[in-house]
Design a protein around this ligand. Structure first.
Ligand code: BTN
Length: 243
């Protein structure tokens, strides 16, 4: 284990899932902040029951930190914004947008995923995968994934990891000291589709509306005929390009 910023860092060669490693750690430790990274991940989990394909050379990292229950809706914005800002520092000219609730898009394609899972006590596991060298090429998906390398941007996983930790620590401090407002503001400035028509796919139905805002808990506010509707979970699609 080594110290890195606010974190105790554990680097593994092979794991099933870095989130599982962090969850197991949350059952052993009583305090402190930890992060687990792995060279290879062969059983990664994604959001909404999906799996996450792990190409060697991609970045797999899971942060373990205590987070109050009432703040869980906000932290995903700190996390995705920090990834956005890290990539922007490394590649100032990159064409990049955020996508609600927690994706980063490069040239309109998904290059990363974030999965939050509840650990022991008030520990939260924040799993982040970034496609640096490879992404699954799935036929017929509305929303294809890509890798930074496919788009012509090369960075090795530990360089991005260390940059991410530096920026995430800064944003966590900003969030702690000034609350959610400055994080939400920066996130909204860089999100795709704000003020535009989108389609939201929830577990139950698909809804069309205008993407108006996110509230103080990160809930999407969708303007529909009868007013603003709160969207707590789902996948969004942009009407113009179906992306
Ligand atoms: C998504 O579906 O968009 C979220 C994907 C999250 C993948 C990361 S990779 C590191 C961590 N370990 C996992 O098993 N999942 C997360």
């Amino acid at each position: 284990m080594q110290s890195l910023g606010l974190w105790q860092w554990i680097e593994k060669e092979d794991v099933g899932s870095t989130n599982d490693e962090a969850l197991a750690l949350s059952r052993k430790v009583k305090s402190g902040n930890y992060v687990v990274t792995a060279k290879r991940q062969n059983n990664g989990r994604g959001r909404r029951g999906r799996s996450w394909v792990g190409y060697e050379g991609n970045l797999f990292m899971s942060f373990l930190q205590p987070v109050e229950l009432s703040k869980i809706g906000q932290i995903v914005f700190v996390v995705s914004l920090s990834l956005f800002e890290s990539l922007q520092e490394l590649f100032p000219k990159i064409d990049m947008k955020l996508k609600w609730p927690n994706d980063v898009l490069v040239e309109n394609n998904k290059i990363s995923g974030i999965l939050l899972e509840k650990g022991e006590g008030d520990y939260l596991v924040i799993g982040i995968g970034v496609n640096l060298v490879g992404a699954p090429k799935l036929e017929g998906v509305l929303y294809p994934a890509t890798s930074l390398q496919d788009k012509g941007y090369t960075v090795d996983r530990l360089t991005l990891f260390k940059k991410y930790v530096e920026i995430y620590d800064k944003n966590c401090r900003l969030w702690q000291e000034q609350g959610f407002a400055p994080i939400r503001e920066k996130w909204l400035q860089n999100v795709k589709g704000l003020g535009e028509e989108i389609e939201v796919h929830t577990d139950k139905e698909n809804k069309l509306g205008i993407f108006r805002d996110v509230d103080e808990n990160g809930v999407l506010l969708l303007e529909r005929k009868n007013g603003l509707e709160k969207i707590y979970a789902g996948d969004i699609f942009y009407i113009d390009k179906r992306k």
